[in-house]
Design a binder for this molecule. Structure first.
Ligand code: MN
Length: 346
């Protein structure tokens, strides 16, 4: 490999959201009909009903794939968006409709990627609420459409993927070498009530609490003893887990009459380092980045913007200016994403 010039980086952004008009219609109908205590209902009703300039921009930019998005990428030196259907995807819809819609979205995504060689990669949308159908779609999306992995938006109807009924999804993903990006959504109904009083259920804290819990549940369930090659990706610098790893290791063997944690072959932190990648989405903060590199290694960190919810300029500037080695910057900007998502290097 040629030694890259300092400051010259290929930039692959790995948590970049889009939607389709059909998905918007389905989400609007769902948000209008969902019970008021449905955790994501408030947020999506707000996104669809308010005409604030920021929300108009987000709605426009979610639906645009080939125009404004590419201009913003070009203006900021972003080479590739790894695209994923925005949360909560199809996970709130009825099983049959969700499965059909996921397949249509994946077809559309593959067409966009094919029209812009080298600019886009994509994660397959799936409907985990029908695990069998989800495995069929993952297989099709990866093998036939050439998509680079799978996105699942944390809980599905307040259930988590450590439930064994979802393990066929892991088996399929592991077999294909397809990473699963577990993207945040509002906390499950089990925990959502405690977030409402101060509007904490979204990006300020609830997304992280929900998705960090999901990651810890997967580790403690033993899913990685069963599927040692499974690769999970978490945004927001690991949704808080890296900071907590030492204490999870320390507490995990402590047993008492009221916990029933299964025994594990490895320490929790060893699974995190072996089976998880983390991305910088929405966490443009150098102290946290440096801590994560020290805690989990630069080979496990990837660049992400969280377009269009976060601005491209800030994310690129954050990583350009990061006080880390050029070698680590190359890993984070592109080399790790090329390896994990099998994005052609150039
Ligand atoms: Mn995101």
């Amino acid at each position: 490999m040629a030694t890259p010039e300092a400051g010259q980086y290929r930039r692959i952004a790995t948590e970049e959201a889009f939607s389709t008009p059909e998905l918007f219609d389905a989400m609007r109908a769902w948000a209008a009909a969902a019970p008021a205590d449905e955790p994501d209902q408030d947020f999506w009703s707000y996104v669809f009903s308010q005409d604030l300039p920021g929300l108009q921009r987000v709605r426009r930019q979610l639906l645009d794939l080939e125009d404004e998005r590419l201009q913003i990428m070009d203006a900021n030196g972003v080479d590739v968006h790894l695209l994923s259907l925005t949360a909560p995807g199809v996970q709130t819809l009825d099983n049959g409709a969700a499965t059909l819609l996921a397949a249509r979205v994946n077809d559309q995504l593959a067409e966009v990627i094919a029209r812009h060689p080298g600019r886009f990669a994509g994660l397959a949308a799936v409907a985990p609420q029908d695990p069998k159908a989800a495995t069929v779609e993952i297989e099709r999306a990866v093998r036939e459409l050439g998509l680079n992995g799978v996105v699942i938006n944390s809980h599905t109807r307040s259930e988590y993927l450590d439930d064994e009924k979802y393990w066929p999804i892991f088996e399929t993903a592991e077999g294909l070498g397809a990473p699963i990006y577990i993207h945040p959504r509002s906390p499950s109904a089990l925990m959502a009530q405690a977030y409402k009083k101060y509007g904490l259920e979204t990006g300020i804290y609830g997304f992280q609490a929900e998705t960090g819990l999901h990651g810890i549940r997967l580790i403690c369930s033993g899913v990685f003893d069963r599927f040692p090659g499974l690769q999970i990706v978490l945004g927001h610098l690991g949704e808080g887990i890296p900071f907590w790893l030492w204490r999870v290791d320390y507490m995990h063997p402590v047993r008492s009459s009221h916990n029933s944690r299964p025994s594990l072959e490895l320490k929790p932190s060893e699974y995190f380092k072996r089976n998880f990648m983390i991305t910088t989405s929405g966490m443009n903060w150098h102290p946290a980045l440096r801590f994560c590199i020290e805690a989990v290694g630069a080979d496990n960190v990837m660049f992400a913007i969280d377009y269009p919810y976060q601005l491209t300029e800030g994310a690129v500037e954050f990583m350009n200016d990061a006080p880390i080695s050029a070698e680590d910057k190359h890993k984070i900007f592109h080399e790790n994403a090329e390896r994990v998502f099998r994005i052609r290097s150039c």
